[in-house]
Design a protein around this ligand. Structure first.
Ligand code: SAM
Ligand code: DTB
Ligand code: SF4
Length: 319
C-alpha cells in the first residue's frame, strides 16, 4: 500500500498533531475513506473475565493492588467459560462483531485459568465473532496456543510515549511491552495496541506513542485510543478531563499514520458529547466499544450508541 509508511519522524508527527484542525480532519477523512469507503463502524464488546488484584502499578488502573480504588481485593472475581460465552452470545445478539476479554494479570500463567481462556477464545470464534484477549505478558508457547485456538488479536497497549512511561508504571519497562507485542506477532496473532491521553503527558509524548505504533511493521491491525477515565483511588484521580478536540486530533493522526488499521474510540466516551464523538468518527475512528460496561467502569448505553450511529448516519459493520 503506497500510503503505509513505517519511518515516521517525531517532529513530523508532532507537526501533524498541531495542524489546523480542519486541515487535519480533511486529510484524515481522505485517508479513511480510501480504505473504508462507506465508513462502517465496528462494534466491539468488552468483558472483564478476571477483575482486580493485579500486581502491576499502572497509575491509571483501578485494578491494581497498589491503589485504593474500589475493585482492589476482588482477586477471586473470575468468570467461567459458559458464563463468558453467554455474554458473548448476548453481545452478538445486540449487534457486536468483536468480543474482547480482559484479565487483570501482570502475565499469563499456565494452568486451569489459561485452559479456560483458550476455551473462551474457541467458543467466541465458533460464534463467528472476532476474539481479542488482553491479559498482560505472555511467553512463546502461550502465544502459539492462543493462535491455535483462533484468537484474532492480542491487546497489549503501550499507553504513552517511552519518556513518560516511568511516570505511569514502575513495575515493568516499555521494552517488555514491546517484547510481548513481538512475541504475539511471531506467533501469527493480530495486534491490538494503542494508548491513553490525559495522563499528564505532553504533546511530544503523544507524538512519541504514535511514532512507536506507526513504526511497527506491519502496523497493529487495531489501535485503541483511550481518554483517561480518572477513577477515584487511583494516582491519576485528579487529572483534569481531556479536551475533546485533543482526542479528535489523536484519532485523526492515528488514522493518517496507520491508514488500514481499525482506530477504536475506546475509554472516555461517557465524558464526550454526541457531537464530540461524531467528530472522532469524522476524524477516522471506525470502531467503538459497545455495551454498558468497559472493564470496571461504565460505557454509554447500547441505546445511546444506537442513537449516536443513527445521528452520524453510519452503519455498523466491517468485521
Ligand atoms: N493487564 C493487562 C494489561 O495491562 O495489558 C490487560 C488489562 S488492562 C486494564 C487494558 C488496558 O486498559 C490498559 O493497557 C489501558 O490502556 C486501559 N485502561 C485501563 N484503565 C484505564 C483508564 N482508567 N482509563 C483509560 N484506559 C484505561
Ligand atoms: C483498551 O485500549 N481500552 C479498553 C480495552 N482496550 C481493554 C479497556 C478500557 C478500560 C477502562 C477502565 C476500566 O473500565 O476499568
Ligand atoms: Fe491494570 Fe493491566 Fe496494569 Fe494490571 S497490568 S494494573 S490490569 S493496566
Amino acid at each position: 500500500m503506497p500510503d503505509q509508511r513505517h519511518d515516521w519522524g517525531l517532529d513530523e508527527i508532532e507537526a501533524l498533531l498541531q495542524r489546523p484542525l480542519l486541515d487535519l480532519l480533511w486529510e484524515a477523512q481522505t485517508v479513511g475513506r480510501r480504505h473504508n469507503p462507506d465508513h462502517r463502524v465496528q462494534l466491539a464488546s468488552l468483558l472483564s473475565v478476571r477483575t482486580g488484584g493485579c500486581e502491576e502499578d499502572c497509575a491509571y488502573c483501578p485494578q491494581s493492588i497498589h491503589h485504593g480504588s474500589d475493585v482492589t481485593g476482588r482477586a477471586d472475581l473470575q468468570l467461567d467459560v459458559e458464563g463468558v460465552l453467554e455474554r458473548a452470545r448476548a453481545a452478538q445478539a445486540a449487534g457486536a462483531e468483536r468480543f474482547c476479554m480482559g484479565w487483570a494479570w501482570r502475565e499469563i500463567r499456565d494452568g486451569a485459568a489459561f485452559e479456560a481462556m483458550l476455551a473462551m477464545v474457541r467458543g467466541v470464534r465458533e460464534l463467528g465473532m472476532e476474539a481479542c484477549v488482553t491479559a498482560g505478558m505472555l511467553n512463546d508457547d502461550q502465544a502459539r496456543r492462543l493462535a491455535e485456538a483462533g484468537l484474532t488479536a492480542y491487546n497489549h497497549n503501550l499507553d504513552t510515549g517511552p519518556d513518560h512511561y516511568a511516570a505511569i508504571v514502575s513495575t515493568r519497562r516499555y521494552d517488555e511491552r514491546l517484547e510481548t507485542l513481538q512475541r504475539a506477532r511471531r506467533a501469527g496473532l493480530g495486534l491490538c495496541c494503542g494508548g491513553i491521553i490525559g495522563m499528564g503527558e505532553g504533546l511530544r509524548d503523544r507524538a512519541a506513542l504514535l511514532q512507536v505504533l506507526a513504526c511497527l511493521d506491519p502496523h497493529p491491525e487495531s489501535v485503541p485510543i483511550n481518554a483517561l477515565v480518572a477513577v477515584p483511588g487511583t494516582p491519576l484521580e485528579g487529572q483534569p478531563p481531556v479536551d475533546p478536540l485533543e482526542l479528535v486530533r489523536m484519532v485523526a493522526a492515528a488514522r493518517i499514520l496507520m491508514p488500514i488499521s481499525r482506530v477504536r474510540l475506546s475509554a472516555g466516551r461517557e465524558q464526550l458529547s454526541q457531537e464530540a464523538q461524531i467528530l472522532c468518527l469524522l476524524a477516522g475512528a471506525d470502531s467503538i466499544f459497545y455495551g454498558d460496561a468497559l472493564l470496571t467502569t461504565s460505557n454509554p448505553s447500547v441505546q445511546a450508541d444506537r442513537e449516536l450511529l443513527q445521528a452520524a448516519g453510519v452503519a455498523p459493520g466491517g468485521a
